[in-house]
Design a protein around this ligand. Structure first.
Ligand SMILES: [Zn+2]
Length: 165
């Protein structure tokens, strides 16, 4: 039979899971740092030679007028991913973690997520929080503290401060 402590932990974790997954959690978009990738149109043109376009049309074009990349030969590509986070907008509900200023500025939020998502959370350049609960629209945030493990056993959740850009 599990000890009372185990039972309490499990109940608590069930509740936090529910906060993240259902009641108060919001789907958020992770935007990774953009990468410069070779323009597909330009690389096709390079193979065809400077006076042909990728559709084989008769219109000769200037390399520097590529419509896709503006003549750079490269495009910025932003990869994204999704993450489910519990978002605290009310500073009175913030936990004090390392990096939380005494005077919490406008636009700071605190998020709790699953440690299993920490890899993608860490690689994010910024986050788009969909405030579908608050009805306040969508905003871009960036990390504003180190993330720290959260919870009794420190093995299931993380907590971190974000600030609106
Ligand atoms: Zn191009």
């Amino acid at each position: 039979m599990p000890s009372i402590d185990t039972w309490v932990f499990e109940k608590w974790e069930e509740q936090i899971d529910s906060f993240i997954d259902n009641d108060f959690g919001v789907p958020c978009t992770i935007v990774y740092p953009s990468r410069r990738i070779p323009c597909t149109e330009c690389s096709t043109r390079n193979k065809l030679g400077p006076n042909r376009n990728s559709h084989g049309g008769p219109m000769p074009f200037n390399f520097h007028q590529c419509a896709l990349c503006g003549g750079d030969g490269f495009k910025e590509e932003e990869a994204t991913d999704n993450i489910q986070l519990r978002v605290y907008y009310d500073r009175r509900k913030f936990r004090v973690i390392n990096g939380t200023p005494i005077e919490i500025p406008d636009g700071m939020v605190q998020v709790i997520g699953y440690l299993r998502d920490i890899g993608k959370f860490e690689r994010a350049n910024h986050f788009i929080l969909h405030k579908n609960i608050e009805g306040l629209g969508t905003s871009r945030y960036k990390r504003d503290s180190k993330w720290v493990p959260h919870g009794f056993k420190k093995n299931r959740y993380f907590i971190c401060n974000l600030i609106r850009e």
